[in-house]
Design a protein around this ligand. Structure first.
Ligand code: ZN
Ligand code: ZN
Length: 398
């Protein structure tokens, strides 16, 4: 391995905001980007990224690696030179392709079909750089972390993650075996004072008894969740009692099929059916668990059940609580449910305490916290870890 050559890091965006992260790791002759997201509306710098050699000028970038398919990590791939190869975990790529296909008429570009598939634990070599996808756990299924090695330096980029999901043990084991890390770049969504207060420490597993109780009390149980909450929807499907039906629309059903591919048996979805007339007729007689989203079609369905079966119907609200006041379609569904609303949600992001734990497991020499509106928050850090406070576009030499 060549040891000459310097590895450098630059955050194009994300040093002071949650949305629109983009991190560059580079040397004199190699440039790699990790995520290139769109800003969250109303949060932080809103201008589209303008990166020479990537979005403008002569192509000068060896690859873009995506941790997961949330818009704040992939939203600006649309504006990248098409000659630059893009890489993504193989199941995540298929999920993204299906999402893009489904929304084709609404959001335009479909590019996921040209993305290169990578596998967890199988390194990719680009010039002197080796990039390996590692296990993660986030509200977008099949998210990954990346380990980047070059010229004797090792960098861990976590992407969005948590230590309170179904894969907590896998993620911790992966971090424990990572070896020496020179720089850890971690998300810090939940470390700011404002966000931390609203994050009760609940695990994804803790929602299971909530789902089960809903099925004991109600014949018709609607689950309002984002279509990419695949771990949760699968978990919900496993709670549907024998004799009742688990129903989604065709799009969600297709997502579940990809989700189940290669997944450990215990986390797969269970007996999911899509909403054909035949299934709906039978399900109304026996009872069901049914996944809905906040759109007009689902509003009509939910309204109809609350009107005809007020006592037998409930809605499980399984999204961030802030959407109720922010999105009128969500508010409408919550209003239909009235007193039969059950809240069951946990964050996709690591808590402050678990972030300290993750850092303590890795014990990196240097630490950068991005994807946070308040990365200055006091954290308990291991003795030999130095936290770097940097600005967007500032260069860090390792
Ligand atoms: Zn995310
Ligand atoms: Zn994010």
């Amino acid at each position: 391995m060549k040891t000459q050559g310097t590895v450098k890091v630059r955050l194009h965006r994300g040093a002071k905001q949650i949305g629109g992260v983009c991190t560059e790791i580079f040397s004199d002759d190699t440039r790699l980007l990790f995520d290139i997201g769109a800003p969250i509306e109303g949060e932080g710098d809103q201008a589209r990224l303008d990166i020479d050699g990537v979005t403008t000028g002569t192509t000068n970038c060896d690859g873009i690696f995506l941790t997961h398919y949330h818009g704040d990590h992939i939203g600006e791939v649309d504006f990248v030179d098409v000659a630059i190869p893009v890489y993504m975990e193989k199941h995540a790529r298929k999920i993204l392709e299906l999402q893009q296909d489904y929304k084709k008429g609404v959001v335009g570009a479909v590019w996921a079909d040209n993305v290169n598939e990578i596998e967890i634990g199988k390194p990719i070599r680009i010039k002197e750089f080796t990039i390996t996808a590692l296990e993660s756990d986030h509200s977008a299924a099949n998210s990954v972390m990346f380990l980047i090695e070059a010229y004797g330096k090792r960098i861990l980029i976590t992407g969005d993650y948590r230590l309170h999901g179904f894969y907590k043990d896998k993620v911790e084991a992966s971090l424990m075996h990572i070896g020496h890390v020179d720089l850890m770049i971690t998300e810090g969504t939940n470390i700011s004072k404002e966000t931390a207060i609203n994050v009760p420490y609940l695990t994804e597993q803790a929602l299971v008894p909530v789902f089960k109780e809903a099925f004991e009390k109600y014949k018709y149980v609607f689950l309002l969740a984002s279509s990419s909450q695949l771990d949760r929807i699968a978990s919900f499907s496993r709670c549907v009692p024998t004799g009742k039906y688990m129903i989604t629309d065709r799009y969600q059903y297709d997502l579940m099929q990809i989700y189940d591919e290669g997944r450990d048996e215990q986390f797969k979805s269970y007996k999911v059916l899509y909403d054909s007339e035949h299934v709906l007729g039978k399900a109304e007689r026996t009872g069901f668990g049914r996944v809905v989203r906040a759109n007009h079609n689902f509003q009509l369905i939910v309204k109809d059940f609350f009107e005809r079966h007020a006592k037998d119907t409930c809605l499980i609200y399984s999204m961030w609580s802030g959407y109720i006041n922010k999105l009128s379609d969500v508010k409408q569904l919550v209003d239909y449910a009235g007193d039969n609303l059950i809240r069951a949600h946990v964050s996709g992001h690591v808590t402050k305490e678990d972030l300290e734990r993750a850092i303590d497991i890795v014990r990196p020499d240097k630490l950068i916290i991005h994807h946070s509106s308040d990365s200055n928050n006091n954290l308990y850090l291991p003795n030999n870890t130095i936290k770097l406070t940097i600005q967007d576009n500032q260069e860090v030499i390792l």
